[in-house]
Design a protein around this ligand. Structure first.
Ligand code: HDE
Length: 709
């Protein structure tokens, strides 16, 4: 898929569109001040960065045709020097990311909770959103098992607000001072420089098994949440407790939630591994294609709102970022919707240079004493200084507020504002046009009462590390529990030190003995595990069904992709019926042929195909269909790629539609024997197309799983 060569892939379709809309010309532009593109290359004459027309862009200045080069060649030196400095340090975490522009529209229903201008009824605000993995470097695969970053910059009329969240509502550690240890344990080891983009190794499990506060987060990271199907099908969370402040200065504690319109669904682990090889750009390609197609992804922003008194009555501390507030305890209150409708023009200028800081809050939103959040308030500004190299990073167009900015800060690296004022201080009496503070409109910190001794101490109310982990486990459906067991077994199986595995399974014993037993069995550790000794004995609390992704499935094909394997002679009526039905259910059909060349359907129509077989394994589709022409089955049978195509789809629990002619392929893949009882194997006729779509709309065939794993 990464190398899909056909002219009618949507990416190529985009460049066709680009040509016709003049968008390609825009690709030659750079984003200038104020976010407006300004052209640096007109297409008429190639110039140096100083605007000097260049006569020869192919040859360096030399003495005679075969002589030494001259240092005088400033064009060559400018070009090479610029190239030498093209890279900036990648983010210390969340290096691999992908972003898009869009807007947020406030419903206003819960506006009385806050005076934030962008949350007032009907207000529409531009946003820039960057999704990311945490551990991998910039070039790592999208589908690694990892937490996903979900960072949103709102360009509000009262300044930029950054909601820098994740797709998991809790975190590994309780105090920011442990963050470098956590990240050093998961990143490639300093001596050998690997493993890359994974947590399945000794140092990560060494650290977390020695850090019991990580246990709740580990349950989430070993669950399906860490392998999302798409950025478009992923929840987002602010993680920490924040405050909303209303007009009268009243504070309400909140937890932020993003819910995708397409529903939150995930990949299967084996599938995620296969996709990492087949299409390392799987998630970014998916987001980019959807936006190019006008199929704009959408999320709803909600809060769980509760008073300080209510928070005091909870049996966990809302300042502890390893805990969540169950939705059954505090329901979600919607604030508005976000739509992403524009891809970036330039990946570096926008996606790389965007700088999020949790400290960027606006009037109406305030912070809490969560010790992880407090540490983050320092870290992000600091990291932007080293990553972007200047305290003027807010002047980079993607970071620039879309409201007036005025103060007396001056100069610094890459200053772009030529402030034409005599004074750079205040109060002043020389410059009466200068900006002045405004106690009414200005940001006021919530006057929380704070007192106490200076201490380095963890609050006792943070000490229960297992109760919510146990609740999470008991809230999962059976398939989700199986995946968590699979996640722990896979990761710990890659750990070489036996004592680390044992220590970790010892924690799982405290979470739930059945979970620990299943993992121990898979690791050959039966009878060897001693339970960890918790500081506070966990309690059994009511499960929270809202924590499960698969208790409720949306039941359509929204945003999903069905791969259809076609050959010459493929049944045209069936193909068209399928295409129509998949589209009606919100999905997309992608055609795959043995060769990257058009095929002739049985009515003689020529069909351009999207992919060729070796370049598009079934892992990259949500469901698959095989409808070859009867005379081509023999050829397919001789290709391991086609047998693997159907065998992998089966193993990845996908719905498979097929015509009776291909039974021999099912036999070769050793799955024909399941046909009678597996609802996900659908023999297709024009009538059965509906059944196929209904089955595929369930996302995956969970009932099949015990038979294949
Ligand atoms: Fe981050 N984190 N983080 N983090 N984080 C960064 O900032 C940090 C944490 C999150 O797309 C860095 O600009 C500390 C929690 C996202 O550009 C850095 C701690 C959550 C992104 C940093 C945390 C996040 C980052 C690296 C512990 C979810 C990507 C580059 C106290 C609520 C933003 C950068 C983007 C990025 C520090 C924990 C989310 C180094 C010290 C908890 C989505 O500053």
């Amino acid at each position: 898929m990464a190398n899909a060569p056909k002219k009618n892939t949507r990416e190529n379709a985009r460049s066709k569109k680009s040509r016709s809309t003049g968008r390609q010309a825009a690709a030659k532009m750079q984003v200038g001040e104020g976010g407006e593109p300004h052209q640096t290359t007109t297409g008429e004459v190639l110039t140096s960065n100083q605007g000097v027309p260049i006569a020869d862009h192919q040859n360096t200045l030399t003495v005679g045709p075969r002589g030494p080069q001259l240092i005088e060649d400033s064009f060559m030196r400018e070009k090479i020097t610029h190239f030498d400095h093209e890279r900036i340090p990648e983010r210390a975490v969340h290096a691999r990311g992908y972003a898009a522009h869009g807007y947020f529209e406030a419903y206003g229903k819960n506006a009385p909770l806050t005076k934030a201008a962008f949350l007032q009824p009907g207000v529409k605000t531009d946003v820039f959103v960057r999704f990311s993995t945490v551990a991998g470097s910039k070039g790592s695969p999208d589908t690694a098992r990892d937490v996903r970053g979900f960072a949103v910059k709102f360009y509000t009329t009262e300044g930029n607000y950054d909601l820098v969240g994740n797709n998991i509502p809790v975190f590994f550690i309780q105090d920011a001072i442990k963050f470098p240890d956590l990240i050093h344990s998961v990143k490639p080891a300093p001596d050998r420089g690997f493993p890359q983009a994974q947590s399945a190794h000794d140092s990560f499990w060494d650290f977390v098994s020695l850090t019991p506060e990580s246990v709740n987060m580990l349950m989430w990271v070993m669950s399906d949440r860490a392998i999302p199907r798409s950025f478009r099908m992923m929840d987002g969370f602010g993680v920490h407790t924040f405050r909303l402040i209303n007009k009268s200065g009243k504070s309400t504690f909140v937890k932020f939630h993003w819910r995708p319109k397409l529903g939150a669904v995930s990949l299967i682990w084996d599938e995620a591994l296969a996709i990492a090889g087949a299409d390392p750009d799987f998630h970014r390609r998916d987001l980019w294609n959807a936006i190019e197609d006008g199929d704009y992804p959408e999320w709803e922003l909600s809060v769980q709102a509760f008073s300080e008194e209510e928070a005091d009555a909870f049996d966990f501390d809302v300042l502890d970022p390893t805990k969540l507030v169950p939705e059954e305890l505090v329901p979600l209150r919607p604030l508005g919707k976000m739509v992403l409708n524009r891809n970036v023009d330039n990946f570096f200028a926008e996606t790389e240079q965007v700088a999020f800081c949790p400290s960027h809050v606006v009037p109406g939103i305030d912070l809490s004493n969560d010790p992880l959040l407090q540490g983050r308030l320092f870290s992000y500004l600091d990291t932007q200084l080293s990553r972007l190299g200047s305290p003027n990073f807010h002047q980079i167009p993607v970071n620039k507020p879309r409201c007036p900015v005025g103060n007396f800060q001056r100069d610094g690296h890459m200053q772009t504002g030529a402030q034409a004022t005599r004074v750079a201080y205040e109060p002043n009496s020389l410059d009466d046009g200068g900006p002045r503070e405004d106690p009414k409109r200005g940001f006021q910190s919530y006057p929380a009462e704070e007192f106490g001794q200076k201490l380095r101490i963890r609050p006792e109310s943070f000490a229960d590390h297992y109760t919510q982990a146990r609740q999470f486990w008991h809230s999962m459906t059976e398939p989700e529990q199986r995946h968590i067991i699979g996640g722990f077994s896979f990761e710990l199986g890659k750990v070489q030190r036996q004592e680390i595995r044992e220590r970790m399974v010892g924690h799982l014993m405290v979470v739930d003995p059945d979970l620990a037993k299943s993992v121990a069995e898979k690791l050959g550790l039966e009878g060897k595990i001693r339970p960890a000794r918790p500081a506070v004995e966990p309690r059994d609390i009511e499960p929270s069904p809202a924590l499960s992704q698969y208790r409720a499935v949306k039941g359509d094909l929204g945003g999903k992709k069905v791969g259809v394997l076609v050959t010459d002679g493929a049944p045209s009526r069936l193909f068209r019926a399928l295409k129509k039905a998949v589209k009606a259910a919100g999905g997309q059909l992608a055609t795959v042929a043995v060769r990257p060349a058009p095929v002739a359907l049985d009515d003689g129509t020529s069909l351009e195909v999207d992919h060729f077989l070796a370049g598009a394994p079934s892992a990259v589709f949500d469901a698959v269909v095989l409808i070859p022409g009867p005379d081509e089955v023999e050829e397919l049978l001789s290709l391991s790629a086609s047998v693997d195509w159907v065998r992998d789809a089966f193993a990845h629990l996908k719905v498979i539609g097929y015509t009776p002619e291909i039974v021999t392929i099912l036999e070769r893949a050793n799955i024909e024997r399941f046909a009678a009882e597996d609802d996900g194997l659908v023999e297709l006729s024009n009538k059965a197309v509906k059944t196929f779509v209904e089955e595929a709309s369930q996302h995956r065939c969970w009932d099949r799983e015990p038979a294949v794993r």
